[in-house]
Design a protein around this ligand. Sequence first.
Ligand code: SF4
Length: 706
Amino acid sequence: MATHCPYCALQCGMVLREEDDAVSVLPRQFPTNRGGLCQKGWTAPELLSHPERLTSPLLRDPATGELRPATWEAALDRITTGLRDVQEQHGRDAVAVFGGGGLTNEKAYALGRFARVALRTRHIDYNGRFCMSSAAAAGMRAFGMDRGLPFPLSDLGRADTLLLVGANPAETMPPLVRWLTEHRERGGKLIVIDPRVTATARQADLHLQPLPGTDLAVANALLHIALTEGYVDGDYVATRTTGFTAVRRTVAGWWPARAEALSGVPVADLEETARALGTAARAIILTARGAEQHAKGVDTVTGFVNLALALGLPGRPGSGYGCLTGQGNGQGGREHGQKADQLPGYRKIDDLEARAHVARVWGVPADELPGPGVPAYQLLDSLGTDQGPRALLVFGSNPVVSAPRAARVEGRLRDLDLLVVADFLLSETAALADVVLPTAQWAEEDGTMTNLEGRVLRRRALRPPPAGVRTDLEILAALSARLRGSTPADRPARERPTDSTADGQPSEAEAADPCVVFAELRRASAGGIADYAGISWDRIDAADGVFWPCPDDDGPDSPRLFTERFATADGLARFRPVEHRPAAEEVCADYPLHFTTGRVLAQYQSGTQTRRVAALRRAAPEAFVELHPDLAERLGVTDGEPVRVLSRRGEFQAPARLSPGIRADTVFAPFHWGGPARANSVTNDAVDPVSGMPEFKICAVRVERA
Ligand code: SF4
């Protein structure tokens, strides 16, 4: 059966085969991965029958404090009663919902609807806020639209110059490297900006290794050089953009030697980069988390968008600016209502027309829809406090490992009156819950995902979930029905007949059916920025996915955006002047080193899944702290020796890994592990004022022998 990998935003095509209850993965020719998969994709089915898989709801026993198996009836009763009690005592906003960028479009949509209609709370946000929110905000303000790649991935192979900023696809999405290889075989030039010599940087023709947190200075210097050396496309700037004069003034102050003094990138490398971009017939600039996960992430991305616009790249085949989205449905997950300020179709929740449209689809009065909530970290940090929610429902997320300043977030979760977590494994967050609901996995459910290109794909169920397990949609449908006061659910909704409820809301069976939910999503998104109205499951099946926007059943989809106009009111892209500013926390005598986090090939996000896959555990068994040998010598640390990394917010411990591929003033650790090796114990919770993105990529630490 043809489907897609459950993990990252590349959403590699794969075929699943079931024999004697064992599921195996076969390669599938799909336009993005062309038969390739990484180790995570090949091993994904192992979790379907993993011994640690949850197959029964768990309820915390008040007497012993332990989680114990319970019936669905008891679990749903406990949740419904708990939510009602909290809302009666503290108001509707005392309940919050936290989603994830791995949920299908149908689930992300249903979660937003559940929060706004069933709970009527304004508090919903999701872990995608920690992933692509800075690039999303920068894209919206420059282009009027946020789609990770506004062109098909195959364009990478056509570009003459490719600049990757804070992106390490060789480790995060290895099949994408085939496009980089094709690009280089055609004589293209690959330039990587990264503070570490990553697996991707090793393949580059030129590697710029700036101090973490100085990418924006580098971007401004590159545009400065493009101006002085005459690479700016004057016609394009005049006819397709607005606001260049102010940007020209700002970058005038970023002469290359100034940028070198700040970032450590030699002037010659800055000039070579600007020339490679400025003289190429086709050039692409891509950013990823390294540039985006900063308290100035939106401005940093804007700096590179300014550069791309000045060179006349966006909208031209084989050229442009794009963001490499991270999570499996990071793109679709941010389009359909999980974000605190959004309604489906990428509509703003404070836009009266948008509210009226969505309210009509949902069958509720527009003035009953709550207003905007707060971004993820602000929400998590308010939990259990006098000002914040007292109950939280978590779907597809593990903030105890993935949130910044994680020990504080963990404390907030412990302070809640009610924590409910839906997951298929006992994640670190689920382990704190009052109620844990066992959910279906990717090969057990139908739905759609939207990959990093904005291509909507079909996820297909190979087999039903095991006994005792329900899908997220079934859980949301059952909770909605109970909160409305209808019949308690003692059977999964998929086994019950479809009918409508008296109040015009979908019946429990309808709300649990992904096909019905997608049909409603299409109506809700119609006319919005992310318009899915013309996308049907059949249409996706008939092609290799459908690119949004696609407003009409029989009209074209949109693989390539911005060829004629941008999605702004006047069709022009917006330049915006952006100035470098220091990191939220600078090094000092007590914390003299820069700390940055990232990923390793064999693990995914908070590691709940991949840490339990035997082959991946063997490949990447534990966290580590990467140190330059010179720094290690100064600290008296040897390779493999346990070290403690301390910041103002906490500490973690892991073995040292010595590498000349990192700057001697910078320390790196992967963030996939919890417990004593949790890198996010030390990260900074300062956030970008526009996107709400926390500053994962730089803070001040000291390192000690453990
Ligand atoms: Fe899965 Fe991403 Fe690996 Fe492809 S690159 S197999 S989508 S984890």
